[in-house]
Design a protein around this ligand. Structure first.
Ligand code: RP5
Length: 168
């Protein structure tokens, strides 16, 4: 049983979504990934969601560009949390997919991250799962401590990069 299912709308989305899958792995979250389109393979998408839900998938992550209806189509088929990653396409800088993903009718939410925000989709899935997993919560908190330490290190290095600057 995998906790998360990541669905990409097209094989062309793979590179942008890679950080999401990398982070899920790093955090020790079991996940599956597949490619299925809301428009080109609607029956396949529907069947994948039904199977994943019956097998215990707790969170769905859906990445798509252009008229990005994949996350909404999945949200229509499950009451498990659905996270949408709107992807920037060749036109409109991803605003088309952002609006297509985020503007869901009441009762069918899609938790939409930033355009191309693949990493935050993984973090959000992790935080949802951590509500029932103390060990995962601890790993997330450790990661946050590391991020804080990196900020402090960067600040300390400012003094080396700009001698004479009053770095606090
Ligand atoms: C969307 O259309 C996909 O998610 C992808 O971002 C975009 C273009 O798909 P391809 O034509 O490259 O397969 O459905």
């Amino acid at each position: 049983m995998a906790s998360v299912l990541v669905i990409l709308g097209s094989a062309s989305d793979t590179d942008i979504v890679r950080p999401c899958m990398g982070l899920l792995s790093e955090l020790g979250i079991s996940f599956q990934a597949t490619i299925s389109s809301a428009h080109r393979s609607p029956e396949r998408t529907q069947a994948i969601v039904a199977k994943a839900e019956s097998e215990g998938t707790k969170v769905f992550i859906c990445a798509a560009g252009m008229a990005a209806h994949l996350a909404g189509a999945v949200a229509a088929r499950t009451i498990r949390p659905v996270i949408g990653i709107p992807l920037a396409g060749p036109a409109l800088s991803g605003m088309d997919s952002l609006f297509s993903t985020v503007q869901m009718p009441s009762g069918f939410p899609v938790a939409t991250v930033a355009i191309n925000g693949a990493a935050n989709a993984a973090w959000l899935a992790a935080q949802i799962l951590a509500t029932g997993d103390a060990a995962l919560a601890q790993r997330i908190n450790e990661s946050r401590k590391n991020m804080q330490a990196a900020i402090e290190d960067g600040s300390a290095r400012l003094a080396e990069q700009f001698p004479g600057t009053n770095v606090i």
